[in-house]
Ligand binder design. Structure first.
Ligand code: FES
Length: 624
């Protein structure tokens, strides 16, 4: 029997549709509309009711018999990095329909860097939970996950891996660069450099106002190798994107729409292939390739935290890769891509130079070619089947292994008594390489309020050799671990022309920022056992990047005395300095309500990815 009566527009039944109403036969299908039925205690009724409601949207039984491809809609008027999502959804739908699937879009939360308070990172795990549970609970056979702005792609990869249905990431794409007096500019490396110039008195208020108009001239993600671009490239390195344009085509380009259409086709095609669920498709080698890409592009330090969280969602890979792995890979991987903040160019240049396809061909000797990709081919087969012929411009932007921008170790991991679980530095973004081997006196700010109050105080005891230390911006200390690690150069030093200083914090830094900045100190200062938590102004700090050392040059007994005193102070011991009870987030979190309480109690430290312990593959009691 025909599924549709085209003449009258009414739906008639065919055998498979009739089977849905056969009460003597159980509903056995685990795909399409019949998957994951709502619990009413009567599966046939659950399906019947589901059809009642979806038919309110005009669907026919014939259409509802197709495999369903979910499309995650992260459009938000508060998220200009996702401004093209409506067009992308239309393009994905075209690809799905052309391949015989039924596209159904649905929303999850959307997070933009500048509109989320206290930070977007605070909401990343919430978005990952939303993504995981919406994929898991709705009748979708595969899902295209549209993301772009910094935390959205990590959240979707975390949720997608945990849900473990076939998923295809679709990146919104970078914005175009703008122009200020003939000089190309783009969010957000230039946002920071122009702001620093303004703070130092180098440009006036009219200049900064006109720059403000040009830094984000189109929708799309930040146009430099910030966190969003880094995560897009890493996703390609994982084998989950089309290589030529998937990570790099501009948000406003027609190429981006074709990438979206192809994602729709690929989502349907995946259903006919074996082992395409992310926990099967992605292996340890896939993640090692992603780390190689991270080092070769001089990627954002934030991506280290995100990748660890993503890795620790994967039951077969969790715990097999840690911060040391990032450092070891870095020692063998040169920085090849000349983009801000480590280099000079923008994502559109990278795309025009050949993008990830060109880079992966150059990295081929370092890659694990047996890792599988979304196409069903291995990375080696994919590269064989998509050759790339380099051209002169390509070589300017994407350097060869023999002529790198930075010989190795763009991102390094440091250890020492301040950071026994590690701290991360983007050494390639240092503006004063002498600071990579430095010994200086600490100038300590206890938190961001203290920093704001004193950093520009003309009487601040600081000089260009001081080490600026900012505490209380770790995962618990300042929920969401703000991107305040780019501690500003004190105004009085900025005016003397000091452009860089060694800076240390337990927080993060925007991927678009640069300088000699050490981040993600673990454990964070809020932890009452943390050595970093008791660093004092005047202490000597040693940084030796070659030997991967960051340490506090203070006697162990003195450190132990300070830690004990701090603990007594939290309990109001009158014999401790100050004598009053000191508010400590580490203690206060136990009584907090709502998402903030959940976040502060469950978030793990940055060397584990700042995920909630109960969301990791090993669960709340897992060995981390
Ligand atoms: Fe969205 Fe930079 S603010 S990518």
């Amino acid at each position: 029997m025909a599924a549709n009566d085209a003449a009258n527009g009414h739906t008639t039944t065919n055998d498979s549709v009739a089977a849905d109403y056969n009460l003597s036969q159980p509903i056995t299908s685990t795909s399409g509309l019949r998957a994951g039925l709502t619990s009413y205690g009567d599966a046939h009724f659950s399906l019947f009711l589901r059809k009642v409601f979806i038919k309110a949207l005009g669907y026919s039984d014939s259409a509802l018999s197709s495999p369903i491809i979910g499309i995650i809609n992260t459009y938000s008027s508060f998220n200009p990095c996702h401004s093209n999502v409506p067009q992308l959804i239309e393009s994905v739908k075209r690809g799905v329909l052309a391949s015989g699937g039924l596209p159904v879009d649905f929303p999850t939360i959307s997070i933009h860097e500048s509109f989320a308070s206290p930070t977007s990172m605070y909401l990343r795990n919430l978005m990952s939970m939303d993504t995981e549970e919406m994929i898991r609970s709705q009748p979708v056979d595969a899902v295209v996950m549209i993301g772009g702005c910094d935390k959205t792609v990590p959240a979707q990869l975390m949720g997608g891996i945990s849900a473990n249905k076939p998923v295809i990431p679709l990146i919104t794409g970078p914005m175009m660069p703008g122009s200020v007096e003939g000089v190309r500019v783009g969010a957000c490396t230039d946002c920071r450099s122009y702001w620093a110039k303004y703070r130092a008195g180098g440009i006036d208020v009219e200049d900064i106002m006109s720059v403000n108009e040009e830094l984000a001239p189109t929708g799309g993600t930040c146009g430099v190798m910030g966190t969003a671009s880094t995560m897009a490239c890493i996703t390609a390195g994982l084998g989950l994107l089309e290589l030529r344009a998937g990570a790099t085509a501009a948000a406003v380009s027609s190429a981006r729409l074709r990438v979206a259409e192809q994602a729709g086709r690929n989502a349907v095609a995946m259903l006919k292939k074996e082992q395409m669920r992310p926990q099967d498709l992605l292996t340890r080698e896939s993640f090692l390739n992603a780390i190689i890409v991270l080092q070769a592009i001089g990627g954002s330090t934030n991506a280290v935290v995100h990748l660890l969280a993503i890795i620790n969602r994967h039951p077969k890979v969790a715990g097999t890769i840690d911060l040391k792995t990032f450092d070891e890979i870095g020692r063998k991987t040169p920085l090849l891509v000349d983009l801000k903040p480590s280099g000079d160019n923008y994502m559109t240049d990278f795309h025009n130079a050949g993008g990830m396809l060109a880079l992966m061909h150059i990295l081929r000797p370092l890659l694990h070619l047996e890792a599988r990709t979304i196409t069903g081919q291995t990375m080696g087969e994919l590269l064989d089947n998509t050759p790339f012929k380099s051209f002169p411009y390509s070589k300017q932007i994407i350097r060869s292994l023999e002529d790198p921008l930075y010989e190795r170790s763009s991102l390094v991991v440091l250890y020492g008594n301040i950071c026994p679980n590690g701290a991360v530095m983007k050494a390639s973004a240092s503006k004063n390489r002498k600071l990579l081997h430095h010994r200086g006196s600490a100038c300590v700010f206890e938190n961001t309020a203290d920093l704001a109050r004193r950093i520009d105080d003309p009487d601040l005891e600081v000089d260009e050799n001081s080490v600026l230390v900012l505490k209380s911006i770790g995962p618990v200390g300042n929920p969401g671990m703000p991107e305040a690690g780019l501690i500003p150069i004190p105004q009085k030093l900025g005016r003397q022309g000091v452009l860089d200083m060694l800076r240390i914090s337990d927080g993060r830094m925007s991927g678009t920022a640069g300088g000699t900045i050490t981040l993600h100190v673990s454990p964070e200062s809020a932890d009452l056992d943390s050595v970093f938590g008791v660093v004092q102004t005047g202490d000597r700090i040693i940084c030796d990047v070659d030997n991967r050392v960051l340490s506090l040059d203070v006697d162990e007994q003195e450190i132990a005395r300070r830690i004990a005193q701090r603990k007594r102070r939290t309990q109001g011991d009158p014999s401790s300095a100050g004598g009053e009870v000191h508010p400590e987030p580490w203690i206060e979190r136990s009584g907090r309500r709502g998402y903030r309480g959940l976040y502060e109690r469950e978030v793990n430290q940055s060397h584990l990815g700042c995920d909630f312990g109960f969301l990791t593959a090993n669960g709340p009691l897992g060995k981390q």
